[in-house]
Ligand binder design. Structure first.
Ligand code: FAS
Ligand code: PHB
Length: 389
């Protein structure tokens, strides 16, 4: 089997790259470890930057997103000193788009089917070979048979636990990591969202986030201990904790109901440098992870895809390898800016067990400054809606 670009991983990074390359007549094959149902069963991101929406439209996959998404022109930040609204439209005349990653992934799969592009599911033992040559290939097992995919380029879109990053020689990889002493317990409930926009809450009891997927489907999170499991949290315990952490007015109008999904995500900041090795190029969670506080995980995967897509167009259409040779440096410049913002939002909004009295005072002062200072609000808004590619 042979293709131009072998894409490892059928999550949003791999699917979006595949669709953009298809539009340019560049052939891809996606190798995915899980079944499609498993991939589409994941509940993850909910806030899209304009850059990602633009790429979906560029890939010809934006129709349902345009029809069913919601524009948010601001967000709310609550803290023990009060609540303030960040008005993105008034501050910077921009917005974000609310549309679940699950639906975005579904749209990309359906587009790939319509384009009759090859996506191989339940591939085991994916192994990257000869990545330092101009003829790399991937070996894998599917339906009990050993198979080989020859290609020009390998795009490692296989998430944090995939094999691509490990294919970069360990001695050549620099990995930067920060693990946070808490997780996010998230639920999905078929209830109306508590507000028209998101509410990020820093409370003495810990962090909470009120988000949504549509007018009848809400997404809520509370900060929890790393030792917790979803089974430790009954729905009643979750709703009580949420009500204690969000503004009183919101707690009073909150509509509760049974959770239809409940999971805990650990929080980590992680970056692998470089993001390429020979003919292997990493995109998305394969190269970097952020705590979801700034809604940057999926959106930074999108900017990686943009840079690699542009580099591959030049490579195939003009035989120009400049973009490929500089991909890692280009992508990392934006990756570190979203790492900084995600770390900043996480430090600002969470209850850290090791926070000294001084640190707590500084955290409160930062929130009070944000509540009253336009320049600080503009800076936060610019990062939240998405820095330019
Ligand atoms: P993904 O991990 O989505 O996809 C990688 C794909 O590679 C998967 O389908 C996997 O099955 C496949 N794969 C792995 N190993 C393989 C192998 N050996 N062979 C073949 N395929 C293999 N981001 C936000 O912005 N907001 C959020 O609220 C948010 N919540 C999250 C909650 C959780 C629990 C997690 C884990 C992440 C969350 N993220 C969030 C980040 C998330 O949205 C990622 O940034 C996004 O999924 C990145 O997409 P990919 O890079 O495609 O990686
Ligand atoms: C979500 O809706 O899942 C979501 C929104 C914003 C975040 C994190 C998660 O910062």
């Amino acid at each position: 089997m042979r293709t131009q670009v072998a894409i490892i991983g059928g999550g949003p990074s791999g699917l979006l790259l595949g669709q953009l390359l298809h539009k340019a007549g560049i052939d891809t094959v996606i190798l995915e470890r899980q079944s499609r149902a498993h991939v589409l069963g994941r509940i993850r991101a909910g806030v899209l930057e304009a850059g990602l929406v633009g790429l979906m439209n560029e890939a010809g996959v934006g129709a349902r997103l345009q029809r069913e998404s919601f524009l948010h022109h601001g967000t709310n930040i609550a803290y023990p000193g009060g609540v303030f609204h960040l008005d993105f439209k008034e501050l910077i005349d921009q917005h974000v788009t609310v549309y679940g990653q699950t639906e975005l992934t579904r749209d990309l799969y359906e587009a790939r089917d319509r384009s009759e592009l090859l996506t191989l599911h339940e591939c085991d033992g994916v192994t990257l070979c000869d990545i330092e040559t101009k003829n790399p290939f991937v070996e894998f097992v599917q339906d009990g048979k050993s198979k080989r995919l020859d290609c020009d380029i390998i795009a490692g879109c296989d998430g944090f636990h995939g094999p691509s990053r490990q294919a970069i020689p360990k001695a050549k990889r620099r990995e930067f990591e920060k693990v946070y002493p808490f997780g996010w317990l998230g639920i999905l409930s078929e209830t109306p969202p508590v507000d028209d926009e998101l509410i990020y809450a820093n409370s003495d009891k810990g962090f909470a986030l009120c988000s949504m997927r549509n007018p009848a489907l809400s997404r809520y999170y509370v900060q929890c201990d790393l030792s917790d499991s979803p089974d430790d949290w009954s729905d009643d315990r979750f709703w009580d904790a949420l009500k204690q952490r969000i503004p009183k007015a919101a707690a009073e109008r909150l509509v509760t109901g049974p959770s239809i999904e409940k999971s805990i995500a650990p929080l980590r900041s992680f970056v692998c440098e470089p993001m390429q090795w020979g003919r292997l190029f990493l995109c998305g969670d394969a190269a970097h992870i952020v705590p979801p506080t700034g809604a940057k995980g999926l959106n930074t995967a999108a900017s990686d895809v943009h840079y690699l897509w542009q580099a591959l167009l030049a490579f195939y259409e003009e035989h120009d390898e400049t973009g490929l040779n500089t991909y890692s440096d280009t992508a990392l410049r934006r990756v570190w800016k979203t790492q900084r913002f995600s770390w900043y939002m996480t430090r600002l909004l969470h209850h850290f067990p090791d926070l000294s009295e001084f640190d707590l005072k500084v955290q409160r002062a930062e929130l009070a400054h944000l509540a009253e200072n336009r320049a600080a609000q503009v800076a936060l808004a610019q990062n939240y809606v998405g820095l330019p590619y």
